[in-house]
Write a new protein. Structure first.
Length: 486
């Protein structure tokens, strides 16, 4: 694995030509995605600035141009008419001010009248590498480029640690105010959310207080990427708690969870109505963010990073890494989030193929499992049916066990190579989206999901499925252009 010096990781991109060779090189990788947003070069991590504005969906991702390394972060900007077809739009934000000299860290977007406004974290470090995170804003200009405000909206509070970032903005019609939720850490190292408010999107911000979440006063050491949304009259708080282990997640210390409850903006209290739940049970899912301006009281649209902080993936050798999930629709049913793939994704299906034991590189599988008994599905098996990414469903326990140790390319096994996914209902349907280096399972029409990277080798293109299940397979057409746009 390449060792990067700080200078290499934090190098500023002076000219597009500096990364053109890297772009050309990685294009030939067999692991480049075809219908998922992925880094043009280097590394992508969190989704940022996800919003619908004047009929176009805007999304940015945390981007380190130089290689598969978390260094100087840019926002790279992509756009879509339908959340399925995406085009590269060039660099969204670059670290070109003193207040963001060491990176444009995560944040959100919102369409306000004829303006699309973005909020991000300006990651400033001084010569002693001491960090000061600023909450900053930018506005989409007439050329479709993000234009920064001259100065940050506000700086960090000094009664919390240096971990204050990832502004998520929301408009509250009842209060006629904007609120910014900031992922943070208390001075004594506990994860929390700080709330700011203003009547105007780009001025007048004041600290309103720390969000109270009864029962969650000591839950992880930092809450990254908070997101709050109202779905069907319920408030949903999503965040990525880190520096903690949680039951059922093996050795991982990075998680993405949700709470359903009630948000009281008078007392700044989010009162959960049930326990926390994992947003996704897979090996690689983090920093999920919902789109702003969806304008449907019963639905949110979410996208996440297929990957985890501090983890390493096989394409590191090729100098790139990361992918976005498919956008997914969130609804509430029986006090739980229901997650389904973005509607319309079926348009990418090619002609249905007759199942013959082999998997196309990019495909969708739809499976019906009658009978309610145990069930096995092993993907990416070798010619003799061995190995692969296995899933065993134990009908008695209603638990699916995923095991990735059968794959040729093994990675992050110290974090966990076997994970369980508990279901409320007997397993009866699955939709699985396979792209060249990822796999997303939607179980029981969205009752639970499992997202993972996977890097099958030439000899891993088979599958093995229990008898009696009805399997349909469609190859998926590419929908994400991969042009060199800076
Ligand atoms: C989450 C995160 C954010 C931060 C960004 C930096 O993965 O650590 O909290 O803003 O990544 O890339």
């Amino acid at each position: 694995m390449k060792q990067w010096t700080r200078e290499e990781r934090y190098r500023v991109l002076q000219s597009p030509e500096e990364i053109r060779d890297l772009y050309e090189k990685i294009r030939s990788s067999v692991y480049r995605q075809t219908y998922h947003v992925q880094p043009m070069t280097g590394l992508s991590s969190d989704p940022n600035g996800f919003a619908l504005h004047q009929g176009t969906w805007h999304l940015c991702y945390q981007w380190c141009p130089w290689g598969a390394v978390h260094g100087l972060k840019y926002w790279y900007h992509v756009t879509s008419p339908d959340l399925i077809h995406w085009e590269n739009a060039g660099i969204g934000l670059r670290p070109d001010r003193d207040y963001d000299n060491r990176g444009n860290h995560s944040g959100s977007g919102i369409s306000v009248g004829d303006r699309l406004v973005f909020y991000y974290t300006g990651n400033h470090r001084d010569e002693n590498w001491v960090r000061t995170p600023y909450t900053c804003a930018a506005v989409l200009n007439a050329d479709g480029k993000l234009e920064k405000l001259d100065a940050p909206l506000f700086g960090p509070r000094d009664d919390y640690s240096e971990h204050q970032r990832d502004p998520k903005v929301v408009w509250n019609g009842e209060k006629q105010k904007y609120y910014i939720f900031i992922g943070a850490q208390t001075a004594d190292g506990r994860g929390c959310v700080l709330v700011y408010e203003s009547a105007e999107p780009l001025s007048g911000w004041r600290f309103a207080g720390q969000l109270k979440v009864p029962g969650y006063e000591t839950f992880g050491g930092m809450w990254e990427c908070p997101y709050i949304v109202n779905i069907s009259g319920k408030d949903v708080l999503i965040f990525s708690p880190q520096y903690t282990r949680l039951p059922g997640r093996a050795e991982s210390t990075n998680h993405n969870v949700y709470l359903i409850g009630r948000m009281d903006y008078d007392t700044l209290t989010f009162t959960p109505e049930g326990p926390y739940r994992f947003l996704d049970f897979g090996f690689d899912f983090y920093a999920a963010q919902g789109a702003a301006n969806v304008d449907d009281p019963d639905k949110a649209i979410l996208i996440a990073w297929i990957g985890l902080p501090d983890n390493h993936y096989p394409t590191e050798e090729e100098d790139w890494e990361g992918s976005m999930t498919l956008p997914r629709e969130l609804r509430i049913r029986d006090g739980r989030l229901l997650q389904t793939p973005i509607s319309g994704i079926e348009a990418l299906r090619g002609a249905q193929i007759v199942p013959d034991g082999t998997l196309p590189g990019a495909c969708e599988l739809e499976i019906e499992i009658p009978g309610g008994g145990d069930f096995d599905l092993n993907l990416f098996t070798k010619a003799d049916g061995s190995g692969g990414l296995t899933m065993h469903y134990d009908a008695g326990k209603r638990i699916c066990t995923f095991d990735k140790r059968g794959m040729d390319k093994r990675f992050n096994e110290n974090v966990g190579a076997v994970l369980e996914l508990p279901l409320d209902h007997a397993l009866n349907t699955m939709r699985i989206f396979i792209d060249r280096s990822s796999c997303e399972y939607f179980l029981n029409d969205g009752e639970a999901t499992f997202t993972t990277h996977c890097f099958p080798t030439d000899r891993e293109s088979g599958y093995v499925i229990s008898d009696g299940a009805k399997l349909q397979i469609w190859p998926m057409n590419a929908s994400v252009t991969d042009e060199f746009v800076i």
